[in-house]
Design a protein around this ligand. Structure first.
Ligand code: ADP
Ligand code: MG
Length: 430
């Protein structure tokens, strides 16, 4: 029988039933905890972190205290939002159990020793990591160190995708559309940024390298290493130099990490689940963002307010539609762009990629999530399982399919067959 190690980080302080009760966090499930420095603004606050041997940080959502009128930090329990609840962990373990003996390996301090001792045939990895900007890479790197095969992307890809600017550099090098951008590491760099900003559009000659391309207002700013909309509020859409400088200062100060400054993509937004490898990589039915579902006057941004304030379990927003209502031509264009991004970034087995259309209707990659959120309860609106359901894959089939892709890639035998989703295969080249 195949011995399947299962690496995860469990949210602290959860009393949870093994049969999968409703202990799931209300929403954001997609990204990992912030780096410790980014959380320094709440360093004095008591935290469950200390009890779990994790250096305490601070409010991931400190930005929100100064941005919208409400104080979302007051009711958004945040610090471990990205780690998995026992309900998710049990659901994944249950799905894996159909393919072998599951060995739970919580990715805490004794993970290396546990891995060395148990030596599973393969590790199914959903661990978001404990700390630092390379946190998502730690479990795969330890698996590589001990020569244990694992599922999903390798340490390089996981670290790369946690840095939104480096990700965009790779995309730009390969000609995968992504909004023009700059990275601002300190307030001293703002004058140089100012020289790149234009209010009127002119065509940029082809010889201008991406790092010198002019940037056109409006611009969108965000902390470079965050996820789950941390530090992303309506104030991040900057229409003037004054707004821009103010918000960059605020984000630098609050999150203590460089700020990514991007041209604002005004078109429709999609998030795209990809499963598989090589030519067989498949884009599941697209999940479209329905910004009309946001409160009147809200900006078309799937940011902090939408994710954490307005979309509540007791009053859910109809924010996603899957399959997204798009023409075949548009869908193919989006699939092409995300598959190219998946390949040039070295993603494996699965990933979720956010895309937004620019003013000309061209799909641009916004960010890449090689460890996608996978909340099992459909009411939690988790995008990857939603796309899988639309493709005819149950939750268990989705998890098993990811493991099968990983096993197939590494020549590891598993019982049964790969279930192919009802979705279009990888487009030809692009
Ligand atoms: N360049 C951009 N143009 C337009 N909207 C953007 C841009 N970058 C981010 N957004 C909006 O902000 C949201 C969150 O940004 P994203 O980089 O995906 O952060 P997160 O990691 O928190 O999901 C996106 O879903 C999108 O609505
Ligand atoms: Mg996103």
């Amino acid at each position: 029988m195949t011995r399947i190690g299962f690496a995860y980080n469990q949210k602290p302080d959860q009393e949870a039933p093994r049969d999968g009760g409703d202990v799931e966090a209300p929403r954001p499930d997609e990204e990992p905890p912030s780096s410790a420095p980014a959380r320094s603004s709440r360093a004095a606050a008591p935290s469950v972190a200390a009890e779990h041997g994790v250096p305490d940080g601070g409010a991931l959502f400190a930005a929100a205290t100064a941005a919208p009128a409400a104080d979302p930090a007051a009711d958004a329990s945040d610090e471990f939002a990205e780690w998995d609840s026992i309900a998710t962990i049990d659901a994944v373990a249950n799905a894996l159990g159909a393919l072998g003996e599951v060995i739970r390996l919580e990715a805490t301090g004794d993970f290396p020793a546990q891995l060395r001792e148990t030596r599973p045939d393969i590790v199914f990895n959903i661990a978001e990591g404990l700390r630092g900007v390379n946190r998502e890479a730690h479990v795969p790197a330890i698996c590589e160190f001990f020569g244990v095969p694992y599922s999903g992307s390798d340490p390089l890809t996981l670290s790369l995708c946690l840095d939104k600017a480096r990700t965009k550099e790779v995309l730009a090098y390969h000609g995968v559309p992504t909004a023009a951008f700059a990275l601002v590491a300190s307030a001293e760099e703002i004058p140089a940024l100012r020289t790149r900003i234009r209010t009127v559009h002119h065509l940029t000659p082809a010889h201008v390298v991406p790092s010198e391309r002019p940037l056109h207002l409006p611009l969108f700013v965000k902390p470079v290493h965050e996820g789950s909309s941390k530090g992303i509020t309506e104030k991040n859409l900057c229409r003037s130099l004054q707004e821009l400088e103010q918000q960059i200062d605020f984000l630098l100060e609050t999150y203590r990490q460089p700020v990514l400054v991007e041209e604002f993509l005004p078109g429709d937004e999609f998030t795209c689940a990809i499963l598989g490898n090589g030519d067989a990589a498949t884009v599941l039915p697209l999940v479209g963002m329905n910004f009309a579902a946001l409160p009147d006057g809200a900006l078309p941004i799937y940011g902090f307010e939408a994710k954490w304030l307005w979309d509540r379990p007791e009053n859910p927003l109809e924010i996603f539609s899957c399959p997204a209502p798009v023409s075949d031509v548009k869908r193919r264009a989006i699939e092409n762009v995300v598959l190219r991004a998946y390949r040039v970034l070295g993603c494996r087995d699965w990933s979720r990629i956010d895309v937004r259309l620019d003013a000309a209707g061209t799909p641009n990659v916004v960010e890449v999530n090689p460890l996608p959120g996978i909340l099992p309860n459909p009411e939690d609106n988790s995008c990857f399982p939603k796309a899988a359901r639309a493709a005819g894959l149950s939750y268990d089939e989705l998890i098993q399919s990811c493991l099968r892709h990983a096993a197939e890639r590494q020549g590891i035998a598993l019982p049964g067959q790969l279930v192919r989703p009802f979705a279009r295969r990888a487009m030809a080249s692009a």
